[in-house]
Design a binder for this molecule. Structure first.
Ligand code: TA6
Length: 290
Protein backbone atom coordinates (compact mmCIF):
# COMPACT_ATOMS: atom_id res chain seq x y z
CA UNK A 1 0.00 0.00 0.00
CA UNK A 2 1.96 3.03 -1.18
CA UNK A 3 -0.59 5.66 -2.17
CA UNK A 4 -0.95 8.91 -0.24
CA UNK A 5 -3.41 8.79 2.65
CA UNK A 6 -5.91 11.49 3.57
CA UNK A 7 -5.37 13.73 6.60
CA UNK A 8 -6.06 11.93 9.88
CA UNK A 9 -5.05 8.52 8.49
CA UNK A 10 -1.64 6.89 9.04
CA UNK A 11 -0.16 3.48 8.31
CA UNK A 12 0.68 1.35 11.34
CA UNK A 13 1.21 -2.31 12.14
CA UNK A 14 -1.20 -4.24 14.32
CA UNK A 15 -0.13 -6.40 17.25
CA UNK A 16 0.76 -9.18 14.81
CA UNK A 17 2.85 -6.87 12.62
CA UNK A 18 0.12 -6.88 9.95
CA UNK A 19 -0.69 -3.81 7.88
CA UNK A 20 -3.27 -1.51 9.49
CA UNK A 21 -4.54 2.05 9.34
CA UNK A 22 -4.99 4.47 12.20
CA UNK A 23 -7.94 6.84 11.68
CA UNK A 24 -7.98 9.84 14.01
CA UNK A 25 -10.77 12.32 14.71
CA UNK A 26 -12.39 14.30 17.52
CA UNK A 27 -13.97 11.07 18.86
CA UNK A 28 -10.70 9.21 19.24
CA UNK A 29 -8.58 6.83 17.21
CA UNK A 30 -9.80 3.78 15.28
CA UNK A 31 -7.47 1.02 14.05
CA UNK A 32 -8.51 -0.88 10.91
CA UNK A 33 -6.67 -3.94 9.60
CA UNK A 34 -6.44 -4.55 5.85
CA UNK A 35 -7.05 -8.19 6.80
CA UNK A 36 -10.81 -8.51 6.63
CA UNK A 37 -11.19 -4.69 6.83
CA UNK A 38 -11.59 -5.44 10.52
CA UNK A 39 -11.86 -2.50 12.90
CA UNK A 40 -9.60 -3.72 15.70
CA UNK A 41 -10.02 -0.94 18.26
CA UNK A 42 -11.58 2.42 19.00
CA UNK A 43 -9.34 4.22 21.47
CA UNK A 44 -10.85 7.11 23.42
CA UNK A 45 -9.50 8.85 26.52
CA UNK A 46 -11.25 6.27 28.70
CA UNK A 47 -9.69 3.29 26.88
CA UNK A 48 -10.91 1.00 24.08
CA UNK A 49 -14.66 1.22 23.52
CA UNK A 50 -14.49 -2.08 21.64
CA UNK A 51 -13.20 -5.36 23.14
CA UNK A 52 -10.57 -7.90 22.13
CA UNK A 53 -10.22 -11.42 23.50
CA UNK A 54 -7.36 -11.94 25.96
CA UNK A 55 -5.64 -14.50 23.73
CA UNK A 56 -6.35 -12.74 20.43
CA UNK A 57 -4.31 -13.82 17.41
CA UNK A 58 -3.29 -11.35 14.70
CA UNK A 59 -2.49 -13.78 11.87
CA UNK A 60 -3.21 -13.46 8.14
CA UNK A 61 -6.38 -15.35 7.27
CA UNK A 62 -7.51 -15.61 10.91
CA UNK A 63 -10.18 -13.17 12.10
CA UNK A 64 -9.19 -11.47 15.36
CA UNK A 65 -11.76 -12.24 18.06
CA UNK A 66 -12.72 -8.71 18.86
CA UNK A 67 -13.35 -5.30 17.35
CA UNK A 68 -15.77 -5.47 14.41
CA UNK A 69 -15.37 -8.64 12.29
CA UNK A 70 -17.37 -8.43 9.04
CA UNK A 71 -19.92 -11.15 8.26
CA UNK A 72 -20.66 -11.73 4.53
CA UNK A 73 -22.23 -13.42 2.54
CA UNK A 74 -23.73 -15.87 5.09
CA UNK A 75 -24.31 -15.55 8.84
CA UNK A 76 -23.29 -18.42 11.12
CA UNK A 77 -22.41 -21.80 9.67
CA UNK A 78 -22.78 -22.28 5.91
CA UNK A 79 -26.25 -23.70 5.28
CA UNK A 80 -25.05 -26.78 3.41
CA UNK A 81 -21.25 -27.10 3.52
CA UNK A 82 -19.64 -27.39 6.98
CA UNK A 83 -16.19 -27.07 5.36
CA UNK A 84 -16.91 -23.41 4.49
CA UNK A 85 -15.92 -20.77 7.10
CA UNK A 86 -18.50 -19.65 9.64
CA UNK A 87 -19.80 -16.13 8.96
CA UNK A 88 -18.60 -16.20 5.35
CA UNK A 89 -15.26 -15.13 3.88
CA UNK A 90 -15.25 -11.28 4.00
CA UNK A 91 -13.37 -11.25 7.31
CA UNK A 92 -10.50 -13.38 5.96
CA UNK A 93 -9.99 -11.62 2.61
CA UNK A 94 -7.12 -9.19 2.10
CA UNK A 95 -8.76 -5.79 1.46
CA UNK A 96 -7.18 -2.79 -0.30
CA UNK A 97 -7.26 0.91 0.49
CA UNK A 98 -9.15 2.88 -2.17
CA UNK A 99 -9.10 6.60 -2.83
CA UNK A 100 -10.98 8.02 0.17
CA UNK A 101 -12.81 11.31 0.13
CA UNK A 102 -11.14 13.77 2.50
CA UNK A 103 -13.49 15.15 5.14
CA UNK A 104 -13.27 18.15 7.45
CA UNK A 105 -14.82 16.31 10.37
CA UNK A 106 -11.96 13.87 11.05
CA UNK A 107 -10.11 10.99 9.46
CA UNK A 108 -11.88 8.66 6.99
CA UNK A 109 -10.65 5.69 5.01
CA UNK A 110 -12.26 3.26 2.58
CA UNK A 111 -11.24 -0.33 1.89
CA UNK A 112 -12.38 -2.61 -0.91
CA UNK A 113 -12.48 -6.33 -1.69
CA UNK A 114 -13.76 -8.18 -4.73
CA UNK A 115 -14.62 -11.76 -5.62
CA UNK A 116 -11.78 -14.07 -6.61
CA UNK A 117 -11.37 -17.77 -7.41
CA UNK A 118 -11.42 -18.67 -3.70
CA UNK A 119 -14.69 -16.83 -3.03
CA UNK A 120 -16.33 -18.04 -6.25
CA UNK A 121 -15.52 -21.63 -5.24
CA UNK A 122 -17.73 -21.09 -2.18
CA UNK A 123 -20.22 -18.53 -3.54
CA UNK A 124 -20.53 -18.28 -7.35
CA UNK A 125 -21.16 -14.54 -7.63
CA UNK A 126 -19.23 -11.41 -8.63
CA UNK A 127 -19.26 -8.63 -6.05
CA UNK A 128 -17.43 -5.56 -4.77
CA UNK A 129 -17.36 -4.85 -1.03
CA UNK A 130 -16.45 -1.47 0.37
CA UNK A 131 -16.04 -0.54 4.01
CA UNK A 132 -15.80 3.14 4.91
CA UNK A 133 -14.55 3.99 8.41
CA UNK A 134 -14.92 7.58 9.60
CA UNK A 135 -13.79 8.97 12.97
CA UNK A 136 -15.62 12.21 13.67
CA UNK A 137 -17.12 12.79 17.12
CA UNK A 138 -18.50 9.26 16.66
CA UNK A 139 -17.19 6.15 14.89
CA UNK A 140 -19.13 5.49 11.67
CA UNK A 141 -18.91 2.33 9.57
CA UNK A 142 -20.57 1.88 6.17
CA UNK A 143 -20.55 -1.52 4.46
CA UNK A 144 -21.54 -1.41 0.79
CA UNK A 145 -22.18 -4.56 -1.25
CA UNK A 146 -22.33 -4.18 -5.05
CA UNK A 147 -23.49 -6.89 -7.44
CA UNK A 148 -20.95 -6.69 -10.29
CA UNK A 149 -22.18 -9.85 -11.99
CA UNK A 150 -24.83 -10.75 -14.54
CA UNK A 151 -27.25 -12.49 -12.18
CA UNK A 152 -29.06 -11.47 -9.02
CA UNK A 153 -27.97 -12.81 -5.62
CA UNK A 154 -29.03 -12.65 -1.97
CA UNK A 155 -26.62 -12.26 0.95
CA UNK A 156 -26.54 -11.99 4.71
CA UNK A 157 -24.30 -9.46 6.45
CA UNK A 158 -23.37 -8.25 9.91
CA UNK A 159 -21.06 -5.83 11.64
CA UNK A 160 -20.20 -8.27 14.45
CA UNK A 161 -19.21 -5.68 17.06
CA UNK A 162 -17.58 -6.71 20.36
CA UNK A 163 -18.16 -4.12 23.10
CA UNK A 164 -16.22 -3.89 26.36
CA UNK A 165 -18.69 -3.75 29.27
CA UNK A 166 -16.47 -4.34 32.33
CA UNK A 167 -18.97 -6.69 33.99
CA UNK A 168 -21.58 -8.30 31.74
CA UNK A 169 -23.82 -9.05 34.76
CA UNK A 170 -24.57 -5.33 35.13
CA UNK A 171 -24.76 -4.49 31.41
CA UNK A 172 -28.08 -4.04 29.59
CA UNK A 173 -29.32 -3.50 26.04
CA UNK A 174 -32.18 -1.06 25.45
CA UNK A 175 -34.38 -0.67 22.37
CA UNK A 176 -35.15 -4.31 21.62
CA UNK A 177 -38.07 -4.55 24.02
CA UNK A 178 -40.98 -6.28 22.27
CA UNK A 179 -39.00 -6.97 19.07
CA UNK A 180 -39.54 -10.52 17.73
CA UNK A 181 -36.51 -12.70 18.39
CA UNK A 182 -35.27 -16.30 18.37
CA UNK A 183 -32.81 -17.65 20.92
CA UNK A 184 -30.01 -19.89 19.57
CA UNK A 185 -27.93 -20.43 22.71
CA UNK A 186 -27.30 -24.03 23.78
CA UNK A 187 -27.99 -23.17 27.43
CA UNK A 188 -30.08 -20.00 27.45
CA UNK A 189 -31.91 -18.24 30.27
CA UNK A 190 -35.02 -20.32 30.96
CA UNK A 191 -37.32 -17.39 30.32
CA UNK A 192 -36.93 -13.67 30.10
CA UNK A 193 -39.28 -10.70 29.95
CA UNK A 194 -39.34 -9.81 26.24
CA UNK A 195 -40.87 -6.42 27.04
CA UNK A 196 -37.95 -5.44 29.31
CA UNK A 197 -34.41 -4.30 28.48
CA UNK A 198 -32.09 -7.25 27.78
CA UNK A 199 -29.96 -8.37 30.73
CA UNK A 200 -27.35 -11.14 30.59
CA UNK A 201 -28.18 -14.01 32.99
CA UNK A 202 -27.06 -17.02 30.91
CA UNK A 203 -25.62 -17.83 27.48
CA UNK A 204 -27.34 -15.43 25.12
CA UNK A 205 -27.47 -15.70 21.31
CA UNK A 206 -30.62 -13.92 20.17
CA UNK A 207 -31.50 -12.89 16.63
CA UNK A 208 -33.92 -9.94 16.61
CA UNK A 209 -35.84 -9.16 13.42
CA UNK A 210 -37.42 -5.82 12.50
CA UNK A 211 -35.21 -3.80 14.85
CA UNK A 212 -35.32 -0.02 15.42
CA UNK A 213 -32.43 2.04 14.05
CA UNK A 214 -31.28 3.15 17.53
CA UNK A 215 -30.14 0.85 20.35
CA UNK A 216 -28.34 1.61 23.60
CA UNK A 217 -25.82 -0.47 25.51
CA UNK A 218 -25.41 0.52 29.17
CA UNK A 219 -22.21 -0.62 30.91
CA UNK A 220 -22.35 0.82 34.44
CA UNK A 221 -19.17 -1.01 35.48
CA UNK A 222 -17.32 1.26 33.02
CA UNK A 223 -19.58 4.30 33.57
CA UNK A 224 -20.28 4.03 29.85
CA UNK A 225 -23.34 4.30 27.60
CA UNK A 226 -22.94 3.43 23.91
CA UNK A 227 -25.55 4.41 21.34
CA UNK A 228 -25.80 2.36 18.15
CA UNK A 229 -27.53 4.17 15.26
CA UNK A 230 -27.96 2.13 12.10
CA UNK A 231 -29.09 2.60 8.51
CA UNK A 232 -30.54 -0.31 6.51
CA UNK A 233 -29.96 -2.87 9.28
CA UNK A 234 -33.16 -4.76 9.96
CA UNK A 235 -31.66 -7.49 12.16
CA UNK A 236 -29.64 -7.42 15.36
CA UNK A 237 -27.91 -10.26 17.16
CA UNK A 238 -27.04 -10.02 20.87
CA UNK A 239 -24.47 -12.53 22.06
CA UNK A 240 -22.58 -13.58 25.15
CA UNK A 241 -21.15 -17.13 25.31
CA UNK A 242 -21.19 -17.49 29.14
CA UNK A 243 -18.50 -19.80 30.60
CA UNK A 244 -19.32 -23.14 28.94
CA UNK A 245 -19.18 -21.89 25.33
CA UNK A 246 -16.24 -19.59 26.13
CA UNK A 247 -14.23 -22.71 26.98
CA UNK A 248 -14.82 -23.96 23.42
CA UNK A 249 -13.96 -20.71 21.63
CA UNK A 250 -10.60 -19.80 20.12
CA UNK A 251 -8.57 -16.86 21.39
CA UNK A 252 -10.52 -16.68 24.66
CA UNK A 253 -9.41 -17.17 28.26
CA UNK A 254 -11.81 -18.67 30.81
CA UNK A 255 -13.27 -15.47 32.26
CA UNK A 256 -13.32 -13.39 29.07
CA UNK A 257 -17.11 -13.81 28.82
CA UNK A 258 -17.54 -11.54 31.86
CA UNK A 259 -16.09 -8.48 30.11
CA UNK A 260 -17.86 -8.14 26.74
CA UNK A 261 -21.05 -8.54 24.77
CA UNK A 262 -21.70 -8.48 21.04
CA UNK A 263 -24.46 -6.38 19.50
CA UNK A 264 -24.36 -7.12 15.78
CA UNK A 265 -26.00 -4.79 13.28
CA UNK A 266 -27.14 -7.06 10.49
CA UNK A 267 -29.45 -8.29 7.76
CA UNK A 268 -29.87 -12.05 8.23
CA UNK A 269 -32.30 -14.95 7.60
CA UNK A 270 -35.66 -13.45 6.53
CA UNK A 271 -33.97 -10.07 6.13
CA UNK A 272 -31.23 -11.30 3.76
CA UNK A 273 -30.69 -8.68 1.05
CA UNK A 274 -31.49 -9.42 -2.63
CA UNK A 275 -29.39 -7.50 -5.17
CA UNK A 276 -30.06 -7.28 -8.91
CA UNK A 277 -27.06 -7.06 -11.27
CA UNK A 278 -25.47 -3.62 -10.95
CA UNK A 279 -27.35 -2.79 -7.76
CA UNK A 280 -25.69 -1.99 -4.43
CA UNK A 281 -26.76 -1.86 -0.77
CA UNK A 282 -25.19 0.09 2.10
CA UNK A 283 -25.65 -0.76 5.77
CA UNK A 284 -24.33 1.84 8.23
CA UNK A 285 -23.53 1.90 11.94
CA UNK A 286 -22.68 4.97 13.98
CA UNK A 287 -21.30 4.38 17.48
CA UNK A 288 -21.39 7.18 20.03
CA UNK A 289 -19.95 6.74 23.51
CA UNK A 290 -20.66 8.81 26.61
O1 TA6 B 1 -23.17 -13.83 16.35
C1 TA6 B 1 -23.23 -14.83 17.31
C2 TA6 B 1 -22.43 -16.01 16.82
O2 TA6 B 1 -23.00 -16.59 15.69
C3 TA6 B 1 -22.30 -16.98 17.97
O3 TA6 B 1 -23.14 -18.09 17.81
C4 TA6 B 1 -20.80 -17.33 17.95
O4 TA6 B 1 -20.57 -18.37 17.05
C5 TA6 B 1 -20.23 -16.00 17.51
O5 TA6 B 1 -21.09 -15.59 16.46
C6 TA6 B 1 -18.76 -16.04 17.17
O6 TA6 B 1 -18.57 -16.67 15.95
P1 TA6 B 1 -17.04 -16.83 15.45
O7 TA6 B 1 -17.14 -17.58 14.17
O8 TA6 B 1 -16.47 -15.43 15.28
O9 TA6 B 1 -16.34 -17.58 16.55
Amino acid sequence: MNQALPPGVTRIQDLGGREALQVTGPGGVAVVSVHGAQVLAWHRGSGDVLWTASAAEHMPGVPVRGGVPLVFPWFGNHPTNPAFPAHGFARTLLWHVVEPQPTNTGGQIELEARDDASTRAMWPHAFRLRLRVAMSAALRLQLTVENTGEAGFSFEEALHTYFGVGDVHTASVHGLEGVPCTEHAAAPEAQWAADQPLHFRAETDRIFQGVPDRLELRAPALHRVITLTTGNARSAIVWNPWPAKTARLSQMVADDWQHFCCIESANVRGHAVALAPGASHTMSLTLACS
